[in-house]
Design a protein around this ligand. Structure first.
Ligand code: FAD
Length: 390
């Protein structure tokens, strides 16, 4: 156990969570991967166990624990080997719920955050649009003020939990002429008239309902505005640090899981009269990947520690996602190779891991966009400040 970051309590939490996932989640994963639907009962079980509220305020049913409980949750979710299931959980907890918690007022927290922690309501975060995801400021969805309401028109795509969630945290332009200074964020009930969603078919994350969503004259009460009007862009950018670190942690965890499985396989598989873990070429590949993954993990833990102390880690979280997702992709690719033909078979975990891993360098900011951000910080010496307290 790494005692620099994890206490005895963390360790016990990891053990009981691993046990829970093995009993309550793993038996259903293959079915959910096939149907692209995660059954509702599991959300309630997660809520009852307190998992959905780990880092959220006690006042709304959470546990107000440190960020390393989140790290453990993310790492253990990767070991279930369904990137889609893991994404459904962490997108609810750390994409949708982060905005409710940071920008929502007491009513919003009571009506949306508390039931999200309990597992009664599921959320999604809608930023990306069919016309372009990387250029967030170029979004076309609008929210026009009309009396004491806003009227939402436009569309979003690639939204995790986009079909089966109960509410949507939606970004839209309230003042299109102001560019990125004219973006606001709203929480919108799924049942509101004018919302339609279509499930998308995709390479991996198959258990997750990735959706395309259309808003056709959707009327939202003005009190469903999150935070201040026009502050949406800085809110999004601020929370991207957490999202990117999460994707970095997911990456090191799935790579570690791939290596662990593969090492075990190699210790049992024979070729040319010896175990395949005795072939130098394979040994060198494995240790090189292990070294890379351990470097990522160490770095990611140090960033999590700084974020836990409320430091604004935009550069470090960006680096975390950029490198960890690339290294995870390479590691999973190499691990699959070690299994030979079995690596290509669905009965073995590497095939799904390979598919799921590929989303890492795309979702939540592509590697190219991350390099753009890092170029601005490292070369142009640009500094980023949080919109509100981290
Ligand atoms: C499975 C999945 C789940 C997702 N979940 C969510 C979600 O829950 N909520 C949400 O809002 N979004 C979600 N996304 C969307 C994701 O964040 C976007 O796909 C991503 O930001 C890229 O946007 P895009 O797909 O429109 O690509 P584009 O922006 O069209 O980019 C296309 C290509 O051009 C490159 N490119 C673009 N601009 C530049 C530039 N300036 N310099 C160099 N290269 C550039 C990109 O890196 C990419 O390679 C999800 C995506 C996937 C695949």
């Amino acid at each position: 156990m790494d005692t620099r970051y994890f206490s005895e309590e963390h360790h016990l939490f990891r053990e009981s969570l691993r046990d829970f996932l093995k009993k309550e989640v793993v038996p259903h994963i293959d079915k959910w991967e096939k149907t692209g639907t995660i059954e509702r009962f599991i959300w309630k079980k997660f809520g009852d166990m307190g998992y959905l509220g780990l880092t959220y305020p006690i006042h709304y049913g959470g546990m107000d624990l440190d960020l390393f409980y989140m790290v453990i949750l993310l790492e253990e979710l990767q070991r279930v080997n369904s990137g889609g299931f893991a994404a459904a959980i962490w997108a609810h907890m750390y994409l949708a719920m982060t905005h409710l918690n940071k920008e929502g007022d007491h009513r919003i927290k009571t009506e949306y955050l508390a039931p999200s922690i309990a597992g009664d309501k599921i959320g999604c975060l809608c930023i990306t649009e069919p016309f372009g995801g990387s250029d967030v400021a170029g979004m076309r969805t609008t929210a026009v003020k009309k009396g004491d309401t806003y009227v939402l028109n436009g569309s979003k795509t690639f939204i995790t939990n986009g079909v089966y969630s109960d509410y949507l945290v939606v970004t839209a332009k309230t003042s299109p002429e102001l560019g990125n200074k004219g973006i606001s964020i709203f929480v919108v009930d799924r049942e509101t008239l004018g919302i339609s969603a279509t499930k998308l078919d995709k390479l991996g994350w198959r258990a997750s309902d990735t959706g395309e969503i259309a808003f056709d004259n959707v009327v939202i009460p003005e009190e469903n505005l999150l935070g201040e009007e026009g502050k949406g862009f800085p809110y999004i950018m601020q929370h991207f640090s957490l999202e990117r670190l999460i994707m970095g942690i997911n990456a090191h965890a799935r790579a570690e899981y791939a290596l662990e499985y593969t090492l075990n396989y190699m210790s049992e598989r024979d070729a040319f009269g010896k175990k395949i873990n005795q072939f130098q070429a394979l040994r060198h590949t494995i240790v090189e990947r292990t070294a890379e993954v351990e470097m990522c993990k160490e770095f990611n833990y140090s960033v999590a520690e700084r974020l836990n102390k409320s430091e604004y880690v935009v550069k470090e979280a960006t680096m975390s996602k950029l490198l960890s997702t690339r290294i995870a992709d390479g590691t999973v690719y190499d691990c699959l190779q070690m299994l030979g033909g079995y690596g290509y078979m669905e009965d073995y975990p590497l095939a799904r891991l390979l598919r799921d891993s590929r989303c890492g360098p795309i979702g939540g900011g592509t590697s190219e966009i991350l390099k753009e951000i890092l170029s601005k910080i490292i070369i142009d010496k640009k500094t980023y400040k949080p919109a509100t307290k981290v």
